[in-house]
Design a protein around this ligand. Structure first.
Ligand SMILES: [Zn+2]
Length: 412
């Protein structure tokens, strides 16, 4: 594998500011994403991948042509070009630590920013690696430019090694994943693959096989508004009703701050309004899709109890589906996971199956009918100035992708 070239790619990509903007109406939400996309298309053309193009939404699609004549499954790899708005991605100055010898890492431009072993226990596993950090003033953008660099390097490697047996390999680079719009303009028919892998995961040798199933509940509380001077016995203040309602919800369970592992939650996210009307937005999350109905029921029961105390108040609870647990769809194409494990086993490594307490683009793609687990990308502590990546772990992912397309081609 070409480690040097992989690192150079990663550097080129992180230096383009592609911060997603949640408030933007345009798609993509920031012009840097289009600029990075154009660079990727040029690089794909230079590799001999002639069909690479950027569509009108900024999405990149390309095909590494098959090396086999008999029909073989089309495998797709997907990564997102934007970075999280939580920390700026402007003027990223990546720092390289060669042969990391252990211990805390002080970031040079802001000594307050320290990547601590106590907060990053996985640092113990990367001693001797080449680590890439920020200078402490921006995020790194390994989420998901590590994924982009891994997929691009895998494509280059496949183009240079026609002796590797594989079917068509589709590449798909998306925009605005970090603001929940990653698959808004994706047509799975255009990807045209049997299976897809997002390369947007953590560390090495992990395969995310489940995500939350997710719903949003909008609770509207209507009170009775009247001038305070004549309010006695007549006003029902929706703000007081909302406060009462919120205290009736469980806090020591079913809350993100009180749960982990496979436990779901009912999470008040946002509140707005006044005396006459209040709206509260909730996130409902669970790995068992059927339990989302129980979570909505928790809201309805608390609403009923609140109305006992405020008889003039009115509640309306509206629930909308956001995405489904990827695991629900992967059962229909179990090879998506089993062949990823097999490919890694052929490299003498063992895949760890993991679950994500959130959603991925793969949750939506899987729901739409394209099974899409998520693979490791060498990234750690994402979305923050303390983000870092291991070059060796990125190489492990390149090896995994190459083995994966081979494994799918040999699958009968
Ligand atoms: Zn990501």
């Amino acid at each position: 594998m070409n480690t040097r070239r992989l690192l150079q790619r990663f550097f080129r990509y992180v230096k383009i500011d592609t911060t997603a903007r949640s408030e933007a109406k345009a798609y993509p939400s920031s012009p840097g994403q289009l600029r990075l996309g154009r660079l990727l298309v040029r690089e794909l053309h230079a590799m001999g991948i002639d069909d690479a193009q950027q569509d009108k939404f900024g999405i990149i699609l390309a095909t590494v042509p098959p090396t086999v004549v008999q029909p073989a499954a089309t495998v797709a790899f997907c990564a997102h070009m934007d970075t999280s708005p939580e920390t700026t991605g402007k003027d990223v100055k990546p720092q390289v630590i060669r042969k990391y010898s252990g211990g805390d890492i002080v970031l040079p431009a802001d000594p307050q920013q320290v990547i601590r072993v106590s907060e990053n226990p996985e640092l113990e596993n990367v001693i001797g690696h080449t680590l890439i950090t920020t200078d402490g003033t921006t995020l790194l953008g390994a989420d998901d430019k590590a994924g982009l660099a891994i997929i691009m390097e895998s494509a280059a490697w496949l183009m240079e090694h026609p002796e590797i047996v594989h079917g068509p390999v589709r590449l798909c680079f998306t925009c605005d994943e970090e603001v929940g719009r990653g698959v808004e303009h994706i047509d799975i028919g255009q990807i045209g693959a049997t299976v897809c892998y997002t390369v947007d995961g953590h560390g090495s040798d992990e395969i995310d096989v489940e995500t939350f199933s997710a719903e949003t509940a909008e609770v509207t509380i209507r009170g009775v508004n009247i001038h305070p001077s004549i309010a006695k016995g007549r006003m029902t203040n929706a703000l007081r009703v909302a406060a009462d309602f919120l205290t009736r919800l469980p806090r020591d369970r079913l809350a993100p701050e009180a749960t982990d592992g496979r436990e779901g939650f009912v999470h008040p996210l946002e509140i707005s309004g006044g005396v006459g009307e209040v709206k509260i937005r909730f996130l409902l999350r669970d790995f068992e899709t059927a339990r989302l109905e129980d979570h909505a029921q928790v809201l309805r029961q608390a609403a009923d109890a609140t109305v006992q105390a405020f008889p003039a108040a009115r509640f309306d609870v509206k629930v909308t589906r956001t995405y489904l647990n990827m695991g629900d769809g992967l059962v229909r194409e179990p090879r998506a996971v089993s062949l990823a494990e097999k490919a890694l086993a052929q490299l003498g490594r063992t895949a760890r199956k993991t679950i994500v307490r959130g959603g991925t683009d793969g949750s939506r793609l899987t729901e739409l009918g394209l099974p899409t687990p998520n693979l490791s990308s060498g990234a750690h502590s994402i979305h923050s100035p303390k983000e870092w990546a291991s070059l060796e772990e990125m190489i492990l992912s390149v090896q995994w992708l190459v083995a994966l397309v081979e494994t799918w081609a040999l699958e009968k």
